[in-house]
Design a protein. Structure first.
Length: 377
């Protein structure tokens, strides 16, 4: 029996076990056979296979041995590139709900920290014993650190102001004018050394944003579908916390309201304490946020939700209208993660927009830019 060529082998891995009948006289290489077994362990769980009458060698089949999640993770980290590993781990957690992957300490030690894994940990942390929670906290810390490092750069850019044509006496790397410096020093280029000697460096001043005292009140829906928004809201609040001229509040809600502001400076602890799930009372959250406002025209209320109001929607619209009438900027966000892939109740969102709420979907970076522009006006 001969081995499949690389191109046919790739198609065989894509199509799975049913494609074996297309190449009865050929076989997979040892590497491809191991990849196929790892893929079959996961995707053989798909109930649509049975519905289509496709026999699977996955769980419940006739295979002589059963891989554990630990074995499977070891295999995919050995067999696949990083991008594929992340996709397989994401499908295991999100598509097939393999909670043992995030409740087994041996498995957690092998997983690459990422936002998908963090979301799964927050959904299942109530199932974890203290030992597993310690490993989970390590992952939470790593992902939060990555998110803060990324967002902090965007915040620095958004709130530091834009460059002007005015020269600056302050020799800061961030204000270095590369084009003007090169142009002014071309006469000092030495071809024999292939080196440009800089006698005069130029810098451009930045127009500083005029920051008046402002309140930013983040109201975050903590129902199960909004877990990514909870993560990024906690990180956003932590990054805004230290900015001068901004007073930040973070409030989570379902059918009750929990003010998390005292823990904003420790987003890891905050996320480990959040309880996801339950119903939704958005109007109650807006009314709570209204009570926090010190100066209506200097306050920005950011409502992060899918607009799936579980109570009387008329209460919600009245609460939103009252805020906008008093001059408060109200932003309704349908999503707050890296992709800002929105899913929300469009009818309720439209009614909110009709009373003056600015409704949209923003990534954390876009939200920061919006806040900087609004505060700088």
């Amino acid at each position: 029996m001969t081995e499949l060529g690389p191109e046919l082998e790739r198609w065989r891995l894509i199509l799975g076990e049913p494609a074996q009948s297309l190449a009865q006289s050929t076989m997979l290489s040892a590497q491809a056979a191991a990849q196929d077994a790892a893929l079959e362990w996961l995707y053989g769980r798909d109930p649509e296979l049975a519905a289509r009458g496709v026999r699977s060698g996955g769980p419940g089949g006739n295979e002589p041995s059963r891989l554990t999640p630990v074995d499977w993770l070891d295999n995919i980290h050995r067999l696949f590139p990083k991008a594929t590993i992340e996709r397989l781990e994401r499908d295991a957690i999100q598509r097939f709900d393999l909670t043992e992957i995030v409740t087994d300490p041996d498995v957690l030690q092998r997983l690459e920290p990422n936002t998908t894994l963090l979301s799964a940990l927050l959904r299942t942390k109530h199932l974890m014993d203290p030992q597993v929670l310690r490993h989970a906290r390590r992952i939470v810390e790593a992902v939060v650190r990555q998110l803060i490092e990324k967002l902090a750069t965007e915040i620095l850019t958004s709130f530091s102001g834009t460059r002007t044509r005015r020269s600056s006496r302050s020799a800061r790397a961030a204000d270095f004018d590369f084009r003007a410096t090169i142009t002014d020093n071309l006469a000092h280029y030495r071809p024999d050394e292939r080196r440009l000697y800089v006698e005069t460096a130029h810098f451009r001043a930045r127009a500083r944003r005029r920051l008046e005292r402002r309140q930013v009140i983040l109201l975050v829906d903590q129902s199960g579908s909004m877990v990514r928004s909870v993560i990024h809201s906690a990180v956003t609040a932590a990054c805004l916390w230290g900015l001068p001229g901004i007073k930040t509040h973070l409030v989570a809600f379902d059918t009750s309201v929990v003010d998390l502001t005292k823990d904003v400076d420790d987003p890891v602890e905050l996320l480990m304490s959040v309880q996801l799930g339950g119903g939704t009372d958005i109007a109650q959250a807006l009314n709570y946020g209204a009570r926090l406002i010190e100066n209506p025209r200097k306050a920005i209320v950011v409502l992060i939700t899918d607009f799936g109001e579980g109570q009387d929607p008329h209460r919600l619209i009245r609460a939103a209208a009252q805020l906008t009438r008093q001059g408060t900027t109200v932003l309704g966000l349908a999503a707050l993660d890296e992709s800002a892939d929105p899913w929300y109740d469009r009818a309720i969102a439209q009614r909110m927009a009709d009373v003056g709420v600015q409704v949209g979907a923003m990534t954390p970076g876009e939200l920061v830019g919006f806040l900087a522009d609004t505060i700088g006006k």
